[in-house]
Design a protein around this ligand. Structure first.
Ligand code: AMP
Ligand code: ZN
Length: 459
């Protein structure tokens, strides 16, 4: 199947045609760095990673930008009300975002630009919109004039009164107009930039519009974000770029549904968040990643311990299967792809259908396990398995080769670890501790995780 995506603009699945065959240009709205990202944010960031990996799997080179939103009211609030500087605050949470992304096996973006480093480009962009007659100044606040842009309303019916509207108190002309620049106010303190129309700061929709066009160009292939960003953020981002440049900003707009907790969207402002660092105390990064990938990105997913336990069991099953093979020694030359392999690729190409792809992989495991039990694994089946395991892991990235490769953990260490598990099951903590020390003296560390004992060779 050819690669296709559900485009939020047309509400239809469309075959993917890149602007250039050289590289695919992708922009994803990144974190607002005033707080540690929560598992809901990572639902969206893992979706960006999935998209990236599936594009690469289709043979494309990807240039992807995930921005760092470091100019925002909540950041300004924290800096002015707490004993912390702007750079210290924003760079701390940027670092946490990058570290946790790495932990969850999210491939690095080509670039993670900070909004604060592109303010002069934003001022220039706003000035061009004013010169073009689609933006106006009210007391140093600059607004986009939606009545001057006939295509406003790409994602929603703009006459819908239930839509949330912004900046009403600042005196804009029409209810859908939105701020490009917010004039300095006392509560901003020292966080301010100078422009031709006075001190202030760029507004969020302008930050992404400028970072996207500066780093990727005037037209990009794919723009993505969480579903809450469709309106007004993406509507407003796209309106600015398209009004100014008179082109189509992004050809495909993809949105991930929310992660739900206690029947509400998980969000910092609702205070119902679970941080990734807390969850990692209980679950392995692979378990979190599989949990987030096991629902389709366009379905809501609710968080539950039961679902994480199920993911952890699935990982055990995958690792048990992989441990049947010494992958490095299996020769895969001249092997045809199995029908499961091709069906797996089709599922991913069909708008990133990870639950279907996962089902196909598990059916394959069940089929191969039968062959293993009947001792009827041929060299060709081993090769098919190796190729499929590698393909699966290039997308899901949850098999940790150093922990699952047969033979990588010496037999005597495995035996001691099994014995230790037995002692722990019998609550004989003394004996279990002695065994841990013995294993450590032989050069291996034991980690007790939700997924069981993990053995890591000391460096
Ligand atoms: P923020 O740090 O609030 O700017 O959000 C960063 C990204 O996380 C955006 O693309 C949001 O749409 C996304 N996001 C926020 N909350 C959730 C959630 N509960 N589920 C999925 N995505 C979310
Ligand atoms: Zn954005």
């Amino acid at each position: 199947m050819k690669l296709q995506f559900y485009n939020s603009v047309t509400s239809e699945k469309e075959e993917f045609h890149p602007i250039s065959n050289k590289e695919v240009l992708v922009y994803g709205c990144g974190p607002t760095v005033y707080h540690s990202p929560h598992i809901g944010n990572f639902r969206t960031f893992i979706f960006y990673d999935l998209l990236n990996r599936v594009l690469v799997q289709n043979g494309y080179t990807v240039k992807n930008v995930i921005n760092i939103t470091d100019i925002d009211d909540k950041i300004i609030d924290r800096v002015n009300n707490e004993d912390i500087g702007f750079n210290d605050l924003t760079q701390k949470y940027e670092r946490i975002f990058l570290e946790q992304s790495d932990f969850l096996s999210i491939l690095p973006s080509t670039v993670n630009p900070r909004a604060s480093e592109y303010v002069s480009e934003m001022i220039h962009f706003i000035k061009s919109l004013m010169d073009k007659g689609v933006a106006y100044n009210i007391n140093g606040n600059i607004f986009f004039d939606t009545k001057e842009y006939s295509k406003y309303g790409k994602f929603v019916n703009i006459d819908d009164d239930s839509l949330s509207r912004e900046d009403n108190e600042l005196g804009k002309k029409h209810s859908n107009d939105f701020a490009l620049w917010k004039a300095w106010k006392e509560s901003d303190g020292e966080i301010t930039w100078t422009s031709d129309w006075g001190n202030g700061r760029p507004a969020w929709h302008t930050e992404c519009a400028v970072l996207g066009t500066q780093l990727l160009g005037e037209s990009i292939d794919i723009h993505c974000g969480g579903i809450d960003l469709k309106f007004p953020h993406h509507e407003n981002e796209s309106a600015q770029v398209e009004a100014l440049l008179e082109n189509q900003f992004a050809n495909y707009w993809l949105h991930a549904e929310h992660l739900i907790f206690d029947s509400e969207k998980m969000s910092k402002s609702l205070g119902n968040t679970l941080s990734v660092s807390d969850l990692l105390k209980k679950y392995s990064p692979e378990t979190l990643r599989l949990f987030l990938l096991s629902s389709h990105y366009r379905s809501k997913v609710s968080f539950s311990d039961k679902k994480l336990d199920d993911s952890s069991k699935m990982i055990d099953k995958i690792n048990r299967f992989v441990n049947n093979f010494d992958l490095a020694t299996i020769d895969v030359q001249d092997i045809k792809y199995s029908s499961s392999h091709l069906a797996f690729l089709d599922a991913l190409n069909d708008d990133l259908n990870t639950p279907e792809a996962l089902g196909i992989f598990f059916d394959f495991i069940n089929k191969m396990n039968k062959n293993i039990n009947n001792e009827s694994m041929t060299e060709a089946l081993k090769a098919e398995s190796k190729i499929f395991i590698n393909l699966f892991n290039s997308i899901f990235s949850i098999i940790n080769p150093s922990l699952s490769k047969k033979g990588s953990i010496p037999k005597n260490i495995q035996d001691l670890a099994s014995l230790r598990e037995e002692m722990r099951n019998k609550s004989d903590w003394n004996e279990a501790d002695k065994l841990r020390r013995k294993i450590e003296n032989l050069g291996w560390l034991i980690e007790d995780t939700k997924d069981g004992q993990k053995l890591i060779q000391k460096k």
